[in-house]
Design a protein around this ligand. Structure first.
Ligand code: SF4
Length: 440
């Protein structure tokens, strides 16, 4: 068992070193949340309880992936299956220009946003460079902005990608607003395997059905036709109707995204009574994915929609892709293949490197119980230092009846200009009597 150390648990931690270390990370998280509030957005008072929904989904036969960060009913795009580890997958954009102006759009968070709303990227050169790098390429995507504001460039991208990487799976993200019969046929001829449309909720509220017409246009021409959209809390019944419509149309699947606050347009979120989740990240970190911070209530509605699809027996694939699911690919990429001291283990669950820490005054007892085993004293020469041990060694402590509070440390490798650094991001509490390696 792993105990999350939050403000309620902290005073119950008796070991002073562990308590001080955990308090430091709580303080960092609280400072971060203060910065979030300063942008003008509300923060939910507590995390919504979704364990009953998850248990019901298990009973309904939904597929749990990535430690429950991704849930699937029926079809899952192969590109989504690969996304967990970010393996051999590359995404490009022509420009960040888009005609829709969704209030939740996170593109303004991207580096060079202003520049790339006008300028176009040199996609031919970028594809050539990827080819020259010799990296394995299995999935290539073109996104935006709206890529089909630049149809010639989009077609050229897929033609070139097909030639350079004939075995790669090619997909396009689009609003579909500019799709014509001729363009969809040209995209197919250029090698496009999958097209993903976004539906905007307030278009539905206004009775607009144009995206459904475009989906029907692509169906039967592009091999895989998908929808991908964030789920706004409180839109459950509207979305249930959308799922039924997509199923009738024979669409392959829909990715339900957790709605995120892109750290701007707070007013638009406040007007709708949307607030950021109280614990937006399981592990606080500077994630590449620019989506922002998850909105409370979106996850629960996504789970309810997967359950609805199961109950209705929809053929449509329904995939809930949480924000956490998008982050694991980054942590995997940073941590995979790194050589570490013998006291670390790789977690298949969240891809962080984990070690166990014993703190004074328990260091001596732990050291005695583990005599002859590999250990690392963090502050060399300091008998009262922090002792690192391999998580498997906790079993030795359990067998010896050593009752101590230990820190479970989660770490990520960072490449910095002056070298590689292993950075600790979080401390949780474990006890030898109740901790096993399968908890990681
Ligand atoms: S359609 Fe996509 S790219 Fe365009 S504004 Fe909306 S979220 Fe942004």
């Amino acid at each position: 068992m792993i105990t999350v150390i939050d403000r309620a648990v902290l005073p119950t931690v008796r070991n002073p070193g562990l308590r001080a270390g955990a308090a430091r990370y709580l303080q960092i998280y609280e400072n971060f949340m203060r910065q979030v509030r300063a942008t003008g957005i509300g923060v939910a008072p507590s995390e919504a309880e979704v364990s009953d929904q998850l248990a019901a989904l298990r009973a309904q036969g939904a597929t749990f992936r990535n430690d429950g960060k991704s849930l699937v009913s029926n079809f899952l795009s192969p590109a989504c299956a690969a996304c967990r580890q970010g393996h051999d997958s590359f995404t490009f954009f022509v420009s960040l220009k888009c005609h829709r102006s969704c209030f939740y759009c996170f593109n303004p968070n991207q580096e060079g946003f202003d520049h790339y709303t006008e300028a176009l990227r040199d996609l031919p050169a970028e594809l050539d460079e990827l080819k020259r790098s010799g990296r394995p390429v299995r999935y290539l995507a073109l996104t935006g902005g709206e890529p089909l504001l630049h149809p010639a460039e989009a077609l050229a991208f897929f033609s070139q990608a097909s030639q350079l990487f004939p075995d790669a799976h090619l997909r396009l993200y689009t609003t579909g607003d500019h799709l014509t019969p001729a363009l969809v046929a040209a995209l197919r001829d250029a090698g496009l395997d999958e097209i993903r449309f976004s539906i905007r909720m307030h278009d539905l509220a206004d009775g607009h059905r144009h995206t459904f017409d475009r989906l029907a246009l692509a169906k039967g021409i592009i091999s895989t036709v998908m929808v991908e959209m964030p789920i706004l809390p409180g839109t459950l019944s509207t979305m249930q109707a959308v799922l039924l419509d997509l199923d009738r149309l024979g669409v392959d699947g829909i990715n339900l995204l957790e709605l995120c606050y892109p750290r701007q347009h707070a007013q638009a979120f406040n007007q709708r009574d949307f607030a950021v989740r109280s614990q937006p990240y399981r592990v606080l970190y500077d994630y590449w994915y620019a989506g922002g911070l998850p909105i409370a209530g979106s996850e629960s509605d996504c789970l309810a929609l997967v359950a609805f699809a199961r109950r209705q027996g929809l053929r449509l694939g329904v995939h809930y892709c949480s924000l956490e699911n998008k982050h694991t690919g980054q942590i995997y990429q940073q941590n995979v293949g790194q050589k570490l001291p013998p006291t670390y283990v790789w977690s298949e669950r969240d891809f962080f490197w984990k070690t166990i820490k014993a703190y004074a005054p328990d260091v001596h007892r732990v050291r005695r119980a583990l005599r002859g085993q590999p250990l690392e004293l963090r502050r060399a020469g300091d008998e009262d230092g922090v002792l690192e041990l391999h998580p498997s060694q906790v079993a030795v402590l359990r067998a010896a009846g050593v009752e101590v509070e230990l820190g479970l440390s989660s770490n990520v490798w960072e490449a910095r200009p002056d070298g590689q650094y292993l950075r600790e991001l979080r401390l949780d509490l474990v006890r030898p009597a109740s901790f096993t390696l399968t908890d990681l």
